[in-house]
Every structure is written in C-alpha cells, then in structure tokens.
Ligand binder design. Structure first.
Ligand code: CA
Length: 410
C-alpha cells in the first residue's frame, strides 16, 4: 500500500510505476515516475536523498538510465517502491510530486534504432488475403522467423502530435500509371512498442536467455500507414514511405517488471522454430516463450471500433529481440521495436482499419452516424491499453492519441 491513498483500482498504482520525461513551466525536461495522478520528479527526490544516481535522471530522455542496464533498473524500482510505501519517507517525497494535469510530457526516449515486426498471425493472414488474394495468405517464412523491417527512428513522435496526411505515389490496380498526391487510404496500426536498454557488442547476438537484460519496458505505439502508397512501393523490399512519415508512442514506459503478472504462454508455435528461437529459461527461470495479457481499445472520433488483445500474438518479445540480433547486429540504449499490428481472430479484435473495413469494402459506422473506411482530415484516434497486474490489479499503459491534419499544399 502506498501512503498516497490511491483507490485499489487505480491504473497507475504502486505496482505500475512507469517512467516518462516531463517538465513544468520554466524548467528543463527530466525523468519522472507516474504514481496515481502525480508525477514524481526523480532527479529532485534522488538528489535530496544524496543519491549519485540522480544524474542519469536529470537527462531529457531515459537513454542514460537505459544504458545502466538491468541491475540499475531493479534497484530503482525497489527504492521507488520503498519510498512510496513507507510513510517515513512521505515528508521528503511529497514536495517532489507534481499533478500530472499540470506537467508537459516529452518523448520518453531518444530513439536509437527502430524496427517494426509483424508478429500477429491473424493480422498477417488478413493482410495477405487483401494484398495478395491469389497466393497463400502467410508467406513461407512467416512461421519460421519473426518478420520485420527497419523503420525511421527520427519520425517517432509523442502521443498528441498532429499527423499531417502524407503525399506520395500511388497506383490503383486498374490504373495504367502511378499518380502523385495525398494518401486516400490513411490507416492506423495498434501495436506494442518495446524499449530496449543495455548494449551488446557487434558480432555477438543477444541469446533468448539474456533478453530480460535488455527488455526495459513497453509503450502503446500507433504505426500510421498510408495503404495506397504502401501497396505500390512495398514489392520487393518492404514498407518505406507509406510508413516512415510518423509513428506515435504513448508517454509512459511501463516496465517489464510491472508486466510480470501479465506474462502468459504463447498461443502455440507449429512448426517448432529453430534452436535460437526456441523458448528457454530467462531471468529467474521464467520461460522466454511468453505472451502478454494486454487489452487494447481503439477509439475513432469517440467511438470504440476495436478491442484487440496482445495475448493472441504468435511470437514472443524475447524471440523478436533474439532474432533481431542473431546476425550479430548490436542493440543500443533507446532502441525501439514494435510488435506489428495486434489483431485477434474476431472482427472486433482487428487492430487496423484495413482489416476492420476489409480494404474499404465494409464501412464502419461511428456513434454520430457517420461512416468511415480510412482516416479523414480532422479525425482523431485514441488507443488505450491495460495489462493484468498482481492480485487482480490492472496496470495502465495510458493512451496514444493522434489527429489527422490535411496534406501540405505545394
Ligand atoms: Ca506495423
């Protein structure tokens, strides 16, 4: 129990303690921890306690803290839990709490490298049916390796940032030649983003058993996607300008420690993957073949249009990280990799509008009676997520919001 007297069902209770970067009027961005409806100024409270570690939290991003690695993350969580539960610390901590409504949030990490995976069998199958109706929906490699591509780290933006409709080349299948103009099929993808810490050396893969050392936490991620640009450009090298214009993430990084109770077995992998992707024992003997029980809600102009759950994902985050480094590629503090669209077996668990509207053939009716297939200018999408916590608690991931602005006129 925390001395903050939070209701037991608060999504940012003592079991959560996510990290973000915040500022108050006239001050520099620094690291904070969310507790209830407050943000704890981490460098301030650590400095007051005479801790040397205060310096890493003085930074305007989580990267220096991410660089310190797993033992520092654990020690910080233990210390935070202590000062927020033991009443004797109340007098020293309380002056450093700020009402969350009064602070400005910033991008929590300086994104190093960004990779986007494709880990939902339901999403990959649906997209295969829509984009390649004449072939098998899943490509022959799909169940042997977590497919991914390198995205654009520099266009990852904080939730709340407006999204300008991208322009580009598109060519409908029936047209003879491509044309240039604003995307007419602008979409979302509800995903989970994994924030990576620690570092590895070039040429040395991160083994499955060591992935806990590098997986720091998660954010809600919206991979905005221009389907018409994507469909024309993606063969044979994969997504490019149809994805790279913007990717939104939520401000609070919920740690993997806060998600321990959300770990569940994967839905099952058949055929068994190759040795380096086979679930083994990670930290504390726990299996590395875990999924996560995280409920999502996708709201379009105020109407909830989908409720995907992360439990349906085929590949585990540990497998994605092991695969991403198996060729000897390094990881760096601030790397971010995304899960791919989270879609389940039922229609209302599909995590993008391409699937929900079946490529525009089945419009979605919003609460105000209007119909949608893809995003229109002025539309707002809000993604929210909560995970299973210990003893019936829920762990909030917060929300990821974006509003579409018209394409730039040249
Ligand atoms: Ca994606």
């Amino acid at each position: 129990m925390t001395w903050l007297n939070l209701p037991s069902d608060h999504l940012f209770g003592i079991e959560n303690l996510p990290y973000g970067v915040f500022s108050t009027a006239g001050t520099s961005p620094r690291v904070g921890v969310r507790i209830g409806d407050a943000v704890l100024d981490l460098p301030a409270v650590a400095e007051a306690a005479g801790m040397e570690s205060a310096a890493v939290w003085r930074a305007g991003s989580l990267n220096p803290f991410l660089a310190e690695g797993r033992s520092a993350w654990r020690a910080a969580r233990e210390w935070l839990t202590g000062i927020l539960t033991d009443d004797s610390h109340r007098g020293a901590v309380e002056p450093h709490l700020h009402d969350v409504a009064g602070v400005t949030m910033h991008l929590p990490i300086e994104v190093a490298d960004y990779v986007d995976f494709y880990a939902s069998e339901h999403h990959a199958t649906n997209v295969g049916r829509i984009f390649r109706p004449d072939s098998e929906p899943l490509t022959p490699n799909w169940k042997h390796l977590p497919i991914g591509y390198h995205g654009r780290a520099g266009t990852i933006v904080l939730s709340g940032t407006d999204i300008v409709r991208p322009s580009g080349q598109r060519k409908p299948p029936t047209a003879d030649a491509p044309t240039f103009g604003p995307s007419a099929r602008l979409d979302i993808e509800a995903e989970l983003g994994f924030v990576v810490g620690g570092a590895s050396r070039l040429g040395e893969p991160v083994a499955l058993a060591d992935t806990d050392e590098h997986l720091f936490g998660v954010v809600i991620l919206n991979d905005w996607s221009a389907r018409d640009i994507q469909a024309w450009e993606y063969v044979p090298l994969g997504p490019f300008l149809g994805k790279s214009f913007a990717t939104s993430i939520s401000p609070w990084v919920v740690t993997m420690d806060a998600l321990r109770a959300a770990r569940i077995p994967l839905p099952g992998q058949d055929p068994e993957p190759l040795e380096y992707l086979r679930g083994g024992e990670g930290e504390d003997g726990a299996s590395t073949a875990y999924g996560l029980d995280i409920d999502y809600e996708v709201e379009w102009n105020g109407t909830v249009v989908a409720r995907p759950n992360y439990r349906d994902m085929y590949w585990s985050p540990a497998q994605m990280l092991a695969h991403l480094t198996v060729n000897g590629a390094t990881v760096r503090p601030g790397d971010l990799f995304a899960s791919g669209t989270i879609s389940g077996p039922e229609k209302d668990t599909r995590g993008c509008f391409l699937e929900l509207s079946w490529s525009g053939q089945e419009p979605i009716t919003l609460a105000d009676g209007s119909q949608r297939t893809f995003l229109e200018d002025g539309d707002t999408v809000v993604m929210r997520a909560t995970a299973t916590g210990p003893d019936g608690a829920r762990i909030g991931l917060g929300e990821c919001v974006g509003t579409i602005r018209p394409a730039r006129q040249e």
